[in-house]
Design a protein around this ligand. Structure first.
Ligand code: IPE
Ligand code: IPE
Ligand code: MG
Length: 253
């Protein structure tokens, strides 16, 4: 399995289409409230937009799509909403995996899955196994995920694996233990819903990612909105600490 080294060290090739897109899908509740609907109606619509996003990524040649579906902090929501979100998750796994598989999508779920019901855990394992051979798009759903949790579990596994290196561990020792070890770091991070924060998403991996914030609520984030984010990304110059001249070769580096 390929383990990607940090893009903060090696400048990745500038590509017209971001290779890895990570998204905080926010604004479902407000979308529903605007329509005098219960919050769950926003989440149901949100699942539809996930489908559309996957289609867009397949069409545009994005290789990795990582979606924040449920944070480790979202357990703090009213019990009723948490239960409904879990039911939606189960339903989506039951109904969507076959189509994902047919379309060459490999599905992974990252996060602390131990807190989920056994039935949900089994569905996750089955979906991951079923799609493990697919290579067209890597779709990762972060569920009960927290960036700090991810770093801590990686530290724990690293220190267990090489206790003799205490005091001399390096970034490269920890990276293979992070949940997203199989993917290059995100090129483009999108957060819908108007909030401009990371909310404990991929803390380690977003070190040099390009950020795109939009007030558009997730259930309204269609392919045209996604193209706006890609266009914005294409206008950035990614320097990774270097000077602009070094990258364009216009002056002595
Ligand atoms: C994001 O939408 C979905 C989840 C966190 C599960 P929200 O439910 O946070 O929607 P708002 O922010 O209340 O509008
Ligand atoms: C972040 O959304 C997590 C997901 C989209 C799953 P929230 O809406 O829960 O984020 P905060 O707590 O308002 O920052
Ligand atoms: Mg929110």
């Amino acid at each position: 399995m390929a383990i990607f080294s940090s893009s903060t060290r090696d400048v990745p090739q500038v590509a017209a289409v971001p290779r890895h897109v990570a998204v905080i899908m926010d604004g479902n509740g407000r979308w529903a409230k605007k329509r005098f609907l219960p919050r769950v109606a926003g989440h149901v619509k949100g699942v539809e937009l996930v489908r559309e996003m996957v289609r867009s990524c397949l069409e545009r040649g994005v290789q990795y799509l990582t979606l924040f579906a449920f944070s480790s902090e979202n357990w703090r929501r009213p019990q009723e909403e948490v239960t409904l979100l879990m039911q939606l998750f189960v339903k989506a796994l039951e109904q969507e995996v076959e189509k994902l598989d047919r379309n060459g999508v490999r599905l992974r779920i990252i996060g602390d899955l131990s807190r989920f019901e056994p039935r949900l855990q089994a569905l996750i394992r089955k979906a991951e196994e079923r799609t493990a051979g697919n290579t067209r798009l890597d779709l990762t759903i972060a569920a009960n995920y927290g960036g700090r949790w991810d770093i801590m579990q990686a530290v724990n596994r690293m220190t267990e694996a090489m206790p003799e290196k205490a005091g001399q561990w390096e970034e490269a020792d920890m990276e293979p233990h992070l949940s997203m070890h199989f993917a290059p770091e995100p090129d483009l991070f999108i957060r819908t819903g108007g909030e401009e924060r990371i909310s404990n998403f991929l803390l380690w991996q977003l070190a040099y990612t390009e950020f795109f914030f939009t007030p558009t609520l997730w259930p309204d984030f269609d392919a045209a909105e996604f193209d706006k984010a890609i266009l914005s990304y294409q206008q950035r110059e990614r320097r990774f600490g270097r000077t602009s001249e070094q990258l364009t070769g216009k002056a002595d580096a």
